[in-house]
Structure formats: structure tokens, C-alpha cells
Design a protein around this ligand. Structure first.
Ligand SMILES: Cc1cc2nc3c(=O)[nH]c(=O)nc-3n(C[C@H](O)[C@H](O)[C@H](O)COP(=O)(O)OP(=O)(O)OC[C@H]3O[C@@H](n4cnc5c(N)ncnc54)[C@H](O)[C@@H]3O)c2cc1C
Length: 408
């Protein structure tokens, strides 16, 4: 029996596993011929893009529900290292240290927010990078709502004015209100760049600025966090902001386990993969999602996003089985790119193209965002093998729907 190991059950790993099971079925093989095994530190698939939202009740989907119906085994474990020369993975599972061998590997360990060694950040900082972290923030806000009023209680500092930081800040008025923190609350977005959304582009920036302003989100631009303490943050400008809530959203980096592989990586630490999701010069190793970078349209490399992680996973899953079976593999090509940024009660921003041209804003764009976050990126949850396999076919979806009148 051959063994395919998929490391990670996020957007890339989940879809790689289902895609591999689909292809295994298609070639008439069974789990007695090809074992597909997923390892993740969590027993759930996190709809990670929703970790900034107020309601977290539907963002952790049990793997049992998704992988058992299609004969994919899955185990809990913390991956410690990978030895591609000997095709061995070292992990820590409930019984202690284990070694797992593979015939084919799909690396899908994603990315993590970078937490620099700023004094006090590790102890006092929050983030929304994982479901666990999002729950911790939620518990903290609920506890604050029950505590005595103070300026620090009703002030939230969000660090990093990129996609995640903007979404977190824009959602915060609603989250504070739901936690019972009303009145003179302050939400402050801090970034070392001179503008918000510095990487998002000139077309989108005025829309973001207008939304943040209408939500009363303050900014501190061109400054860094010097230190964090229980009672507040010190900025590099010398300002001290009293706050009990500092949310770190600055900078993503590919899983450090990508460093276990020889060969080229980009500035985000991502392994360079070909259109078949193969890691160069490493037979039998595929990578997908935030841990990998692939040129999708002959020009642009993938962006760390579920928009790319899901199709990369589907194609990696299909190709890993095709490779094992000696069948032709399928290249991934995607000719469109969109961004949909949630802007809280103000609505959202929907852009198309690599220049991020603004297409819709406000409630029209919010409808697109909600379609994506609540439907489009969800796997079928009915336990139907046919539905799961249909959703994992190695094809590229059409762009998401737009609603309302296009913005002029
Ligand atoms: C708050 C937030 C909002 C976002 N919004 C958007 C958005 O609007 N649109 C968009 O396209 N993208 C968005 N993203 C980015 C998107 O979530 C990622 O690009 C996507 O999750 C990448 O998928 P992945 O499968 O590569 O990684 P992940 O989804 O992170 O999955 C990696 C998996 O590997 C597991 N893992 C990692 N290391 C180990 C280890 N050592 N041992 C065991 N298991 C391990 C993790 O538990 C996880 O299940 C957002 C991200 C965040 C945090």
C-alpha cells in the first residue's frame, strides 16, 4: 500500500485531501491501495478568514465530518520536522514522539502572523491568526464587558493596517457593543507605513479611509509599537495609549517547516512550486496554500489567501494521486484575482484585477463578502461523498458574484 501524507487541514490541506480521495476513487483504487492521511494540530478545519468576526460558532468544522465519509484517515499531531531525503516526518502526538513515512507528501502547513520580540507583546498581545487565538480574544472582550469602566477597558489598539488589521478594526465597534462596552470607546489602528492599506493600493485606499473614518477608527501612522504592558502601549512617537486590548495583525510568514526543504523560497518563506504544485527538485513532494508560491497566470505569483489556497489544494490533491498512478497531472491556471475587504457596519470593498480596481463598495460589497465567508468557501457539511468529491474537482471557480450597481 502506498501512503500519501497531507500536512495541515486548512484551506489547502483539506482540499488536497478531498481532491486526492476523489482522484483515488476515479482511478478505481481504494484506501487499501492508497492510504491518504492528514495530520494537523487541531481536529477541525478552521475557516480562518472568519476569525476576526464576532460570531465564531461556525468557523471550526470537525474533520471527522469531512474526511471520514471519504476514507481519509486523520490524526492529531504537532509537526516538528520533515526529512525529505528519507521521506520521514517527525511529530508529537498524544502518545509522544512519532515518525511517519510517506510515498508522496502534500505540504499545506499554511502561514502564521509574525510576532516580533517587542517587550510585553507575547504576554499582553492578542491576535486572530488561529481559532484558538480568536476565542481567547473573544473571551477577553466578554470579560472586559463585565469589568468596571476605564479608558483602558474601552480602547482597542490594532497593530497593522493591512487586510487583517483593517477588518479587525472595522468589526470592533460592533464587537465592543456586543460585549457591553459602549460610550466613549476608542479604536486605534497603528502602522509604521504613512498610509492605511499601504499594500492594498491607491484605488482602494480612499474607500478604506472613508469607511474607517465613518466608524470612528483613529489611526497612528508612521509609528511602531515600542512596548506593551497590561495597562497600555508605548508608541515609538513617545505616545502612551491606555488600553487592555492590543491585537497584533502585522505581517505573515510561511510555516517555518518550509525551511526543512532545500531549494528556492521567496521573501515570505514560501516554497516555489510549479503549476502542478510540485516542489522543484524534490520528487514526490507537493506544496499548496500559504506555504507555497506558484505563478498562476504566467505573470503573477499566488497571494497568501484562501482564494488561492483552495484551488492549489484541489490541484495538489489531484496531482499527487496522478503522480503515484503514473497518470498525467493537471496544471493550475487562474486568470482572475479579486479582493473583498470587510469594513464592519460600513459594508465592504470589492476589487477586481491585480491593480485592485474598485468595483463595488458598502452594502453591495458586503453581500459578496458574506456569500464568500458563509457559503462559497465552506465544504459540503452533509457527509455526502459525492458532494465532497464534486466540490474537490480540479477546476477553477468563476469569480464571486457582485451585487448592486458597479461603482463609477
Ligand atoms: C483574520 C484573517 C482574515 C483573512 N481574510 C482573508 C480573506 O478575506 N480572503 C482571503 O483569501 N484570505 C484571507 N485570509 C488568509 C487566509 O486565511 C489564508 O491565506 C489561508 O488560511 C491559507 O490556507 P492554508 O491552508 O495555506 O493555511 P491555513 O488555513 O493556515 O492551514 C494550515 C493548517 O496547518 C496546521 N498547522 C500549521 N503548523 C502545524 C504544525 N507544526 N503541526 C500541525 N499542524 C500545523 C494548522 O493548524 C492549520 O490547520 C485571512 C487570514 C486571517 C488570519
Amino acid at each position: 500500500m502506498a501512503r500519501i501524507v497531507v500536512l495541515g487541514a486548512g484551506f489547502a490541506g483539506l482540499w488536497a485531501a478531498i481532491g486526492a480521495a476523489r482522484k483515488r476513487d476515479e482511478i478505481g483504487a481504494s484506501d487499501r491501495d492508497i492510504e491518504i492521511r492528514v495530520i494537523d494540530r487541531n481536529p477541525y478545519h478552521n475557516i480562518r478568514v472568519r476569525n476576526y468576526e464576532t460570531d465564531l460558532s461556525e468557523v471550526a468544522l470537525p474533520l471527522v465530518q469531512l474526511l471520514d465519509p471519504i476514507g481519509v484517515t486523520h490524526g492529531l499531531g504537532e509537526i516538528e520536522s520533515i526529512d525529505p531525503a528519507h521521506r520521514k516526518i517527525s511529530l508529537v502526538a498524544s502518545g509522544g514522539e512519532e515518525t511517519l513515512s510517506y510515498d508522496r507528501l502534500v505540504l499545506a502547513l499554511g502561514s502564521e502572523v509574525m510576532r516580533p520580540a517587542i517587550p510585553g507583546l507575547a504576554v499582553h498581545g492578542f491576535d486572530v491568526d488561529t481559532y484558538t487565538a480568536a476565542l481567547r480574544l473573544e473571551d477577553h472582550l466578554v470579560a472586559l464587558g463585565r469589568s468596571a469602566p476605564s479608558p483602558g477597558r474601552s480602547t482597542v489598539v490594532v497593530v497593522g493596517a493591512g487586510f487583517t488589521g483593517i477588518e479587525v478594526a472595522a468589526e470592533m465597534p460592533d464587537r465592543l457593543a456586543r460585549a457591553g462596552i459602549t460610550g466613549s470607546r476608542r479604536i486605534i489602528l497603528v502602522d509604521p507605513n504613512p498610509t492605511v492599506g499601504a499594500t492594498i493600493g491607491a484605488h482602494a485606499r480612499p474607500v478604506i479611509e472613508s469607511a474607517l473614518s465613518s466608524l470612528d477608527v483613529e489611526t497612528r501612522l508612521g509609528v511602531r509599537i515600542a512596548s506593551v504592558e497590561a495597562a497600555g502601549v508605548h508608541l515609538s512617537s513617545g505616545e502612551f495609549i491606555p488600553t487592555q486590548t492590543v491585537i497584533w495583525c502585522a505581517g505573515m510568514r510561511a510555516s517555518r517547516l518550509a525551511e526543512n526543504f532545500p531549494g528556492a523560497r521567496d521573501r515570505l518563506g514560501r516554497l516555489l512550486v510549479d503549476p502542478f504544485m510540485r516542489v522543484a527538485d524534490l520528487p514526490g513532494v507537493f506544496a499548496a496554500g500559504d506555504v507555497a508560491s506558484s505563478v498562476v497566470d504566467g505573470l503573477h505569483p499566488t497571494v497568501m489567501s484562501c482564494q488561492f489556497a483552495r484551488p492549489m489544494g484541489r490541484f495538489a490533491g489531484h496531482n499527487v494521486v496522478a503522480d503515484l498512478a503514473g497518470e498525467p497531472m493537471l496544471p493550475l491556471r487562474i486568470d482572475w484575482y479579486v479582493t473583498v475587504l470587510d469594513l464592519g457596519d460600513w459594508g465592504a470593498l470589492y476589487t477586481e484585477g491585480w491593480d485592485r480596481e474598485v468595483k463595488t463598495t458598502g452594502q453591495a460589497a458586503k453581500a459578496t463578502k458574506q456569500t464568500i465567508n458563509r457559503k462559497r468557501i465552506y465544504p459540503p457539511l452533509n457527509g455526502s461523498k459525492d458532494d465532497l468529491f464534486a466540490a474537490a474537482a480540479p477546476t477553477v471557480q468563476a469569480p464571486p458574484p457582485t451585487y448592486g450597481a458597479p461603482r463609477r
